[in-house]
Design a protein around this ligand. Structure first.
Ligand code: C2O
Ligand code: CU
Length: 474
């Protein structure tokens, strides 16, 4: 039996602490392990977690200050860690075949169709230069064919980058800045996660059964790992760092007030950090992998008001998200300035390379799957060799909904469905939601790190069923 919504307090994941400093880089150690957590009151849920928790610890990094994260794998399965939104060299980016095998495992059971990457045993160090502007990133498992079940079982955490530009702004901070990882899950009667994998052991057979081809949806919305939580707030401005970490669900988030108009949602940033100027929305559409940085002013309602974050795109349990209880009047020195940050417009030169990528359902070997330009993921064939520093136009053409994510550098949306960028396309993006039968054009420019990377659908079931492609920066 599921608990009624809005009974559990909102957890805030602990901040990761460095264990030392080497050559100007902060060094962290994370142990990936299985654990049991009380997610539904009174029940135990087995999870796979970074440091055994879900969400994993939140990283707080500084633009320009490198970090090194040692990930030790004490899970029962291999792992791959990707920092989503990180401008990361290829050998630390989490190439899907760069497996880190479980401690003590000899690895023979895990070779994917005979393909091998840089496979290591037990532990891997990821170097993150953090040469990028302030933004909310996140890290999650990225193992080829098994990202969906791995993330569903808990392998996801938040990673915030800060810089001087942002520090100089009078935005809400401290307790009034809330990282919110939103994802949906289904539970079995014993409290365990219900994921319809063909291979529950996550060993050799990827994918889910036919009913879930479109992606796995749950009927419970977790925020920071708690079911439909509540949070007590001052009557003041709050900065909400929204992350959709769901496998496949997209949300239309609104802040409803009993008997009154919804609270306005002021967007200040997107995947790749601050916008040039704030923009007010009645609701926010957020697809899997996307982030929205928003400010909400709870002083617009009387103390005692309960504000509910609802998902207007969901039904049943998926329509509820979380509650904010405005419990006290308080001083508020924060503000949302009319100018936030410089956002360099990415303007493709005339004669820029234009590439078209078609996202569509299709056969993968002998089973059904998802394809890009008619092919399933092939590590050895690059669909695009892109010169560093050049701005190109990428046209994404689609059959059904696909949230498309490009590794390495953020991009900017130029056009959607024949018009200009959509309402939620502003700023630097690394994930863009394609709507059915739509064409989205983006300006892409890779600035640093030569090597092999991927781009893919961030519907994790589509990704596992091969909707991923290799690109190279040259
Ligand atoms: Cu958030 Cu390639 O992934
Ligand atoms: Cu997709």
């Amino acid at each position: 039996p599921l608990p009624p919504p809005y009974q559990v307090p909102l957890p805030i994941p602990p901040v990761a602490r460095p264990i030392g400093t080497v050559g100007g880089a902060d060094v962290y150690q994370i142990t990936q392990r299985a654990a049991e957590l009380e997610i539904l009151p009174g029940l135990r849920t087995p999870v796979l977690g970074y440091d055994g928790i879900f969400p994993g610890p939140t990283f707080e990094a500084r633009s320009g200050r490198p970090i090194v994260v040692h990930h030790r794998n004490e899970l029962p399965v291999p792992s791959v860690v990707h920092l989503h939104g990180g401008h990361t060299p290829a050998d630390s980016d989490g190439w899907p075949l760069d497996l880190t095998l479980p401690i003590g495992d000899r690895g023979t059971a895990w070779l994917h169709h005979g393909m091998a990457g840089d496979v290591v045993a037990g532990e891997r160090a990821h170097r993150y230069p953090m040469t990028q502007r302030a933004a909310q990133l996140w890290y999650h498992d990225h193992r080829m064919d098994f990202t969906g079940p791995a993330v569903y079982r808990g392998l996801a955490g938040m990673h915030i980058v800060r810089d001087d530009v942002e520090d100089a702004l009078p935005l809400p901070r401290g307790d009034r800045e809330l990282p919110l990882m939103i994802c949906d899950r289904s539970f079995a009667a014993d409290g365990s996660f219900l994921y319809p994998a063909l291979d529950q052991g996550m060993r050799r057979v990827p994918g889910v059964d036919e009913r879930w081809m479109a992606g796995v949806l749950g009927d419970v919305v977790l925020v920071n790992g708690a079911p439909w939580p509540f949070h007590e707030v001052d009557a003041a401005r709050y900065r909400l760092r929204l992350l959709n970490a769901s496998n496949a669900r997209r949300y239309r988030l609104a802040l409803t007030v009993p008997g009154g108009p919804d609270l306005p949602i002021v967007q200040i940033g997107s995947d790749g950090g601050l916008l040039a100027e704030p923009v007010e929305h009645a609701y926010v559409d957020i697809a899997a992998g996307e982030r929205f940085d928003v400010v909400v002013d709870f002083s617009l309602v009387p103390v005692g008001t309960v504000v509910t974050m609802r998902n207007l795109a969901g039904a049943g349990g998926a329509a509820d998200v979380m509650q904010f209880r405005v419990v006290r009047a308080a001083r508020d020195d924060s503000a949302v300035p009319a100018r936030l940050a410089d956002v360099e417009p990415l303007v493709p030169p005339s004669g820029a390379t234009v590439r078209t990528f078609r996202f569509a359902r299709g056969a993968v070997g002998d089973h059904k799957g998802w394809t890009i330009n008619g092919t399933s993921f092939d590590p050895d064939t690059s669909l695009a060799d892109v010169p560093l520093g050049e701005t190109e136009v990428w046209r994404f053409v689609t059959d059904v909904h696909h949230p498309v994510h490009v590794h390495l550098d953020a991009f900017q949306v130029l056009r959607r469905g024949g018009g200009g960028p959509g309402e939620f396309d502003r700023g630097w993006k690394d994930t863009v939601d394609l709507r059915p039968a739509e064409v989205v054009e983006v300006a892409v420019r890779f600035t640093q790190h030569r090597g092999r990377f991927v781009f893919h659908c961030h519907n994790l079931e589509h990704e596992d069923m091969a909707m991923m492609a290799t690109i190279r920066t040259v």
